[in-house]
Design a protein around this ligand. Structure first.
Ligand SMILES: Nc1ncnc2c1ncn2[C@@H]1O[C@H](COP(=O)(O)OP(=O)(O)O)[C@@H](O)[C@H]1O
Ligand SMILES: [Mg+2]
Length: 238
């Protein structure tokens, strides 16, 4: 996956268009992922670890098809429920309720189905008291609760989780883990990014260690976590 980062700030669409026509747009190419390849079997949880900027979120976005890879391809079988870094699928000015419907629609659910699942979603998120307030008044933990509840109220074949568990409180995290395990017992495959090595160790069978867009380690969780800890990349055990 290559990102193109503009060399200079372009202030307006007009200026952008003029430069584009004149072919005066300058970019720096940046390979956020290079030569990454893996297979995730049904019913397995794959952990992805690595320092900030390693390419973890980029990898999840590529699998979720939010980004199209510059080269190579992704093959997925079945439905994908992505829980990415907050942003896509949420609107700060809409209420929690409206965001449930927006988010659910983006996962491909018809409105009638979301209607049917609505109570269960808000119950799981534990947000009845805030559900009619605009999302911008929510804490990041509350947004994460809502996102997790929407994404996991039906079982998908592939669940993608980017760090969202780290902002929730302990009690909610436990609920999330239970849900992830029940997904797994239904044969779903899970991709999990976390900086919490205990979480990774408990949940994942296999782990990919990414560093500067490349795979530095891939194998059984315990082994790869140990390699990662032994490297200079991880400051202190968490
Ligand atoms: N939209 C983008 N445009 C340009 N560069 C990006 C973009 N998104 C991420 N990057 C860069 O790609 C690298 C990997 O980012 P990311 O996948 O978010 O890392 P991680 O999730 O492991 O912290 C970082 O160096 C980041 O600056
Ligand atoms: Mg990230």
């Amino acid at each position: 996956m290559r990102y193109r980062v503009p060399h200079e700030r372009i202030a307006s669409l007009k200026e952008f268009t003029i430069r584009w026509i004149q072919r005066r747009l300058q970019y720096a190419d940046f390979w956020a992922l290079e030569g990454v390849s893996f297979t995730l079997p049904r019913g397995e949880v794959l952990g992805i670890i690595g320092p900030n900027g390693a390419g973890k979120s980029t990898l999840l976005k590529v699998v979720a098809r939010v980004l199209q890879p510059t080269r190579g391809r992704i093959r997925t079988r079945g439905s994908v429920a992505p829980l990415l870094e907050l942003g896509p699928g949420f609107h700060p000015e809409l209420t929690g309720r409206e965001n449930v419907f927006l988010n659910s629609a983006m996962l491909g659910r018809p409105r009638s189905e979301t209607q049917r699942l609505y109570e269960e979603i808000v119950d799981f998120a534990g947000l009845w008291d805030f559900i009619d307030a605009p999302l911008r008044t929510y804490s990041s933990g509350m947004v994460a609760r809502l996102g997790f509840a929407v994404a996991t109220c039906t079982v998908a074949d592939i669940l993608i989780i980017d760090e969202v568990l780290s902002v929730g409180d302990t009690q909610f995290r436990e609920k999330c883990f239970d849900r992830i395990r029940s997904f797994q017992s239904h044969g779903a495959s899970i991709l999990l990014v976390s900086h919490n090595m205990t979480t990774i160790q408990n949940m994942c069978s296999q782990v990919i260690w990414l560093s500067q867009g490349r795979v530095r380690g891939f194998g059984p969780a315990e082994e790869v976590i140990q390699q990662y800890r032994d490297s200079a990349e991880v400051p202190a055990p968490s």
